[in-house]
Ligand binder design. Sequence first.
Ligand SMILES: Cc1cc2nc3c(=O)[nH]c(=O)nc-3n(C[C@H](O)[C@H](O)[C@H](O)COP(=O)(O)O)c2cc1C
Length: 231
Amino acid sequence: MSQHPNGFSEFIRSRHSARAFLPDPIPAEVIEQVLIDAQSAPSNSNTQPWNVHLVGGTALQDLSAALIAEFDKSGINPDFTIDYGQGVHPQRSQALAAKMYGLLGIAREDKEARTEFVRENLRFFGAPHTALLFIPPMGDRIRAAFDQGTYAENFLLSLEAHGYHGVPQGMISPLAPTVREFLGVDEEHKLVTALTFGIADESSPVFNTSPGRAPLSETVTAHGIEGLKLD
Ligand SMILES: Cc1cc2nc3c(=O)[nH]c(=O)nc-3n(C[C@H](O)[C@H](O)[C@H](O)COP(=O)(O)O)c2cc1C
């Protein structure tokens, strides 16, 4: 039986999404290491369907301006539906939104302030870098989408290990056509999320929203294993 290094659980739980960043770039050597760590992730049949576009500097500012212009003109045009179904999943999403808007002092009925927070997403929360994850044409893309998740978690944990922060931004994918045009990516590559990263602004109320997690009893069903406490 192999032993996990002490402190692994504490480390993995210290990762959180930050939604405010300082403009300073992080060193290129760190970005390289994060990219190497990210693609040590497992993938279906080792297909490694990672098609990552890194954007920073004035290119990121220009991309952000193009996204905001498109959002203000035409709204959204996603590659994938944004639908959390019914029941506990949309409830958890609503709980996160309520907590985040509460931290920002935005009232539920204040539509303009909420829309401005969408624009803040499109400003990449002030971060100096983002990695845009595209899924290549592969069947129904479900397996490749799963592999984006393994990659993303490695990416975010590597940032954490290096003392930096990140936030996945599915909110960029509803503007996929604009992103593709900006980057010169063909239409067959579907945008699933961005991983935005840098030095977090720890003074921001949304440095860490701490949304919590469901009890294991809501997410795990055990078959033939005795003595587990799933609460
Ligand atoms: C695929 C994916 C897309 C996400 N998209 C967004 C987003 O567009 N904007 C945002 O503020 N947070 C986004 N998040 C962050 C989640 O809200 C966050 O991971 C969740 O609330 C748990 O909080 P934590 O990351 O701080 O532990 C996304 C997370 C994932 C995995």
